[in-house]
Structure formats: structure tokens, C-alpha cells
Design a protein around this ligand. Structure first.
Ligand code: HEC
Length: 169
């Protein structure tokens, strides 16, 4: 009985192994035929001359930022929606040190050994949008940078909200 089963099993396999098909079906070829990556190489290496289309190029200094970085939201009227975005970012990331109105008077500012300044004074309202954007992105002296936490799209509304707190909008 066992032998018979074995023969039947072998016969069942026969058509598959003797098939004339020259190309075999390959399941998930990407996994089997993935390009080989050697040590110290990367899949992600860009072809020579390619430029990242969504890269942001930052100037090296605040003065450079002042000259080069222009607020893209300045062309049109500043809407409540834009200000609401800025307010959200300010209250989420900045108010903890600079206070809800930016006057450096939040409770944490009493505990924090490095006093966060009142950023609504003339000193700071004279900064250009580009310069404020730059300070938010990279921080300044004792102030931490927020470039990795606040996206580019959120930073410009934040600059405008700062202007509102400064009474310049
Ligand atoms: C951890 C506390 C802290 C947080 C959070 C913080 N700041 Fe500051 N900020 C400081 C301190 C401290 C300074 C003073 C820096 C110095 O001169 O040493 C400062 C300085 C500044 C200045 C003036 C920079 C200059 O040129 O002197 C601006 C503008 C500013 N902060 C904006 C912001 C904004 C906008 C946010 C939110 C994205 C923010 N800060 C979040 C602590 C903080």
C-alpha cells in the first residue's frame, strides 16, 4: 500500500517537473533578485549631478538668512488660519520658556537657569522674518534649535505669529 502511494505521488509530480515551460514563475522576485549592495555603499547614492528637489538650503549665518530667506507667506494677506498654525507651534514649542505671550514670563522661566528673553521687544521685532526663521531652525546661544521638530511649513506661520505678539501685524 505504501509503495502504491509513493508511486502515485511521484506520478503527480511528473507533469510539473517535465513541463516544457522555460520561464519559471518566481514569487516576489524583488526579494530574490535585489541589487547587491557592497560594504560602504548605499542604495540611496544619488546619480551624479542629481539634485534633491525638496532640499532646503540654509545660509551659514543669521545675516545671510536675513538676506536670503524670504517668508513665502508675505505675498498674500495673513489669514486667521495661518496665524492659528503659528499659534499652535508657539504654544506647543516656545511658550514653555518664553511665556504664552512671548514675554519671557512663563513659570518655567523662573526655574530655568538661562533666562529666556522677552521676544516681543523692539530688539527682536527688528529682526527680519528670515532671521527669526533661522533662529527657530538652529537655535541661538542658550536657546535650543527646533529645525528637526518644527517643519518648514510650520516655521513661517510661527514667524508671523511672533510678529503678532510683537504687535507688528
Ligand atoms: C528651553 C527653553 C527655550 C525654548 C523652548 C525656546 N527658547 Fe527661545 N530662547 C531661549 C533662551 C535661553 C534664549 C536666549 C538665548 C541666548 O541669548 O543665550 C532664547 C532666545 C530666543 C530668541 C532671540 C535670539 C537672539 O537672537 O538673541 C528668539 C527670537 C527666540 N528665542 C524664539 C523662540 C521660539 C520662536 C521658540 C519656539 C520655537 C523658542 N524660542 C523656544 C530659551 C528657549
Amino acid at each position: 500500500m505504501k509503495k502504491l502511494l509513493l508511486v502515485l505521488f511521484a506520478l503527480a509530480l511528473l507533469p510539473a517537473s517535465c513541463s516544457k515551460r522555460s520561464t519559471k514563475i518566481q514569487y516576489m522576485p524583488d526579494m530574490a533578485d535585489s541589487p547587491a549592495v557592497k560594504a560602504h555603499e548605499s542604495y540611496l547614492e544619488r546619480p551624479e549631478g542629481a539634485v534633491t528637489s525638496n532640499a532646503l538650503y540654509y545660509p551659514a549665518t543669521p545675516a545671510g538668512a536675513s538676506a536670503i530667506l524670504k517668508n513665502p507667506l508675505r505675498g498674500a494677506p495673513v489669514t486667521d488660519e495661518i496665524l492659528a498654525k503659528g499659534q499652535w507651534a508657539f504654544e506647543t514649542y516656545c511658550a514653555v520658556c518664553h511665556g504664552p505671550q512671548g514675554k519671557g514670563d512663563h513659570s518655567l522661566s523662573k526655574e530655568y537657569p538661562l533666562v529666556p528673553p522677552n521676544i516681543t521687544t523692539d530688539t527682536y521685532s527688528k529682526y527680519t522674518d528670515g532671521e527669526l526663521y533661522y533662529r527657530i531652525t538652529f537655535g541661538w546661544a542658550n536657546m535650543p534649535g527646533y529645525g528637526d521638530k518644527i517643519t518648514d511649513e510650520e516655521r513661517w506661520p510661527l514667524v508671523l505669529y511672533l510678529r503678532k505678539l510683537q504687535g507688528k501685524l
